[in-house]
Design a protein around this ligand. Sequence first.
Ligand code: NAG
Ligand code: NAG
Length: 479
Amino acid sequence: MLFRNRFLLLLALAALLAFVSLSLQFFHLIPVSVAKNGMDSKSRKRIMPDPVTEPPVMDPIYEALLYCNIPSVAERSMEGHAPHHFKLVSVHVFIRHGDRYPLYVIPKTKRPEIDCTLVANRKPYHPKLEAFVSHMAKGSGTSLESPLHSLPLYPSHPLCEMGELTQTGVVQHLQNGQLLRDIYLKKHKLLPSDWSPDQLYLETTGKSRTLQSGLALLYGFLPDFDWKKIYFRHQPSALFCSGNCYCPVRNQYLEKEQRRQYLLRLKNSQLERTYGEMARIVDVPTKQLRAANPIDSMLCHFCHNVSFPCTKNGCIDMEHFKVIKMHQIEDERERQEKKLYLGYALLGAHPILNQTVGRMQRAAEGRREELFALYSAHDVTLSPVLSALGLTEARFPRFAARLIFELWQDREKPGEHAVRILYNGVDVTFHTSFCQDHHRRSPKPMCPLENLVRFVKRDMFVALGGSTNYYDACHKEGF
Ligand SMILES: *[C@@H]1O[C@H](CO)[C@@H](O)[C@H](O)[C@H]1NC(C)=O
Ligand SMILES: *[C@@H]1O[C@H](CO)[C@@H](O)[C@H](O)[C@H]1NC(C)=O
């Protein structure tokens, strides 16, 4: 009972915070003192501090609530903000799928009872929910590249299947889509009312949760779209690296990064003790429990206000949750400080950034194709892109996170194009590694397209020990 009351309070608090605060969705604003494990974090910048809403110390519950991204009242966002003489040319949207059922089960416990059917009298609700379902029911396989057409177009199981998108996940992306519609279509007229199929570029990985998230966003963006005019491409790789996935050096960085992660875990005796206790409760070896990645399942309990599982030996509880969540936060922080992940991220994100830059350059040349691009993806897609861009303060991608690149033309100097980059509605353009200085030297409200192009075509690799292109950086001897 105590647990439930606390939950109620926390969820109410979450709704309030989501409304009041915007910047805290994005940055770790906390003035980090000397952290545990001897990690000195004083070098971390505080960006856009918001002393009113941000808790004074890193709070695992607060962070978990941001991660859940529980839909609430209309969110403020900075997308589409530009001076009058700027014209919006193209928009490139990267999303993480919405709230989903866990991918793992906690051994020997009942899995959480979450209903994945979409119904009006259950929260969270969106006014377009029923219309979305009936529109999906009319969906046609010709709009989807093989093997996507074997996937269901919306979630429908009374007891969610593993990894299935939930109603919360659908609502999150209907909201995202509607928000982007208001800004990009109604305000900036990105697409003409008789838009043609080649003005959209849609791509998703082959999971039902990413396809359905992409469709929900698209439905919010273009309600009752003509199925004959849309085409979702299938991306086999979570890195969206298409024909350029082979990169041995990237894998070497990843192995080193995983080693770092392992060593950090070993240092955390409180974490080991917590896993031990939980393993005793569910009566499996600690190793087996850890391998079942219990935080994934616990987050589902947490985000859905379902109490943690119990056995005859006791209950998994909020204290266990806090310890594991806190470790995740510390891991994330160390990951950004030690540069191994950056190496992985630069190589992992290059192909998709290169593709995006190519699309922007064609749009800047006046081609009227692929003006709106949507990539429906995973945390393991967004996370390397954020790191590669130099957004080290960015929070780990929450459910239904969105990362957006906007391309603008200066009408007063039609030859000049500029980009804005937004993460969950926050303008992070001048936090990227390729546009930090620009902010100080120029009064311009955005970043020249050339900066992004130069970064993606060349400077990304300089950071990796002097290579000049992707192929060399991926095959460097003696790494
Ligand atoms: C959480 O669950 C409890 C009991 O199951 C319920 O009374 C409460 O309203 C729920 N809170 C929210 C915010 O849904
Ligand atoms: C980068 O994009 C160009 C076209 O814009 C393409 O020719 C090239 O193969 C791409 N390189 C990589 C590594 O993705």
